[in-house]
Ligand binder design. Sequence first.
Ligand code: CP
Ligand code: NVA
Length: 307
Amino acid sequence: MKDFLAISDFSAQEIQSMLDLAVALKAERAAGGNPPLLKGKVLAMIFQKPSLRTRVSFDMAMRHLGGDALYLSPNEIGLGKRESIADIARVMSGYVDALMARVFDHQHVVDLARWSTIPVINGLSDYNHPCQGMADVLTIQEKFGTLKGLNVCFVGDGNNVAVSLLHACALLGANFTLASPEGYDFKPQALEIGRKLAAQSGSQIRLLRDPHEAVRGAQVIYTDTWTSMGQEEEARQRELVFPPYQVNARLVAEADKDVIVMHCLPAHRNQELTDEVADGPHSVIFQQAHNRMHAQKAILARLLNVA
Ligand code: CP
Ligand code: NVA
């Protein structure tokens, strides 16, 4: 596979093998440092939206592996505006070794991959967030040893982060429940892919409206912002709809006693997630953020064929 655009483009074995590599690279880093697997390699990072984690974790992943990263801000290249995506992809292919792009329209990252001769990594689109999904399942695996048979519950909007988590869970055999208000469900195509993957791994997918029913028996509760980047005009409407889906201490108490609470961050504290829960004993949000870097090292090493 040349690119990393969606978790569902890979087999369970391929994803598990990348997770194993991430575990090894993380341990190696903790024991003193990674070898310069990507010496002389440069990753260009194209951002159409703001970022803290994606930008810094990719930059540091490249540095730890002996390579370098180049940040291109939203205004700088005008993806599809100043210049066509096909032209940008072909120009960049002659300069750098890999591209990471955070885009509004998922088709843009697909087009970048289609026209470039170098690997392209999806750093979030309106459809999915596969690098986040990898860090998420790495974090769940660290806590529970395996995804198989766990109950993962996403409470909130069936958004990009939820789609990658659904696909990763379905692929690796975790049962997945989405508790969302009406009108904020998964897009049919994303759900259909999830159902196919779940059928292969033998896991279940449930779509519920009631967050209380949804978290019963859950080992993982996950939430994300009610309003994603690019949906700012809907923010006021969403703030009316989503309060019953807040992840607070009462909701967490209704799940498995060893439940972990996850959030991709940035969090809107005391909206989708209370301070009490975010900073409480069930929260793994910072471990999860740090795992972005370890997971992405594995993705980079695999795409650039050095591990
Ligand atoms: N979780 C995540 O992708 O964070 P950033 O938007 O800060 O990159
Ligand atoms: N769903 C959020 C995730 C941010 C990392 C968004 O797209 O804005």
